[in-house]
Design a protein. Structure first.
Length: 289
């Protein structure tokens, strides 16, 4: 099976692949000479076979319930499909934009841990996308891709705000290693140890929660649920995303486990205080504000 890369549908690479008609099928998902040493093996599978003892920076390293999200902004379907497939097999959640404007919109409106951005893009070139993101104070790591291997192109990509530069053609192993290095560097430098929303404070290291200076005793799952809400404060999060990030897909979406968790959290975070922080947005989810 191959992956649907048609521009008229949302580019989500986490759904099971569906077969396409012969005129739209993309053989690049199975084999692309630019990114694989053997035409018969997907890039990640080949790399993993050659490096069985290499440690990967998997999403699980961030903590229970988290999977790192990578945005690929690449107009070439074969390149995007093959790289996305390999990164998905490496444990990442992948979204893809086929042009610069769509990529810029996604990067500004959705949370991503890293972006892979090609320079030669329709509608808005990759350097302009990077410049816009940095101007908007978006600090996520950016790996620049380009068919240009000149020193001038590399300097331009880095000066606009790129964190690393990789020229085509390249091996998937090198791509993955560079992504892992950028994520490790970002996690060491940018990960906060304390989350604060109003008078509510959560200490990630001491695993303590206080509101208006009063300590609040939370169970482990209650702590994780509050952490997720605080990291997304002001943003409505759905029941499905809460299940995914806190309970790791282990429960049926028809279960009331999220409602029960929110109820217990409100009993401790909201009930003893005049101002209520957790609000239900009917039909959508919950927001902490």
């Amino acid at each position: 099976p191959s992956m649907d890369c048609r521009p008229d549908r949302e580019k989500q690479w986490n759904d099971p692949p569906r077969p396409l008609s012969p005129e739209t099928e993309l053989t690049g998902v199975r084999a692309a000479p630019l990114f694989v040493d053997s035409l018969r093996n997907p890039a990640f599978s080949l790399w993993k076979w050659k490096n069985p003892n290499r440690m990967l920076y998997y999403p699980e390293n961030r903590g229970k319930g988290s999977r790192m999200r990578i945005l690929i902004i690449e107009d070439d379907d074969q390149t995007a499909g093959f790289v996305a497939k390999g990164l998905q097999e490496a444990g990442f959640r992948i979204s893809r934009a086929a042009d610069g404007l769509d990529g810029l919109f996604r990067a500004k409106t959705e949370p991503f841990d890293l972006a892979v951005i090609d320079i030669m893009l329709p509608k808005l070139d990759g350097l302009s996308v990077i410049e816009e993101l940095r101007a908007a104070k978006n600090t996520m790591p950016i790996l620049v891709l380009s068919a240009r291997d000149s020193v001038e192109s590399k300097i331009a990509g880095l000066e606009k705000g790129g964190d690393d530069y990789l020229a085509k053609p390249f091996s998937f192993g090198e791509l993955l290693a560079r992504i892992q290095a950028l994520l490790r560097r970002a996690s060491r430098s940018a990960e906060p140890t304390t989350l604060v929303v109003g008078d509510l404070e959560l200490d990630l290291l001491a695993r303590k929660v206080t509101r208006s200076g009063q300590p609040i005793d939370l169970q482990p799952l209650e702590f994780q649920l509050l952490e997720y809400l605080m990291r997304n404060h002001g943003r409505v999060v759905s029941k499905t995303t809460i299940l995914e990030h806190v309970w790791e897909y282990n429960f049926d979406t028809q279960s009331n486990i999220v409602e029960a968790g929110i109820f217990r959290l409100r009993e401790k975070i909201d009930k003893p205080f005049e101002k209520k922080m957790i609000r239900t947005v009917r039909g959508f989810g919950y927001v902490l504000e």
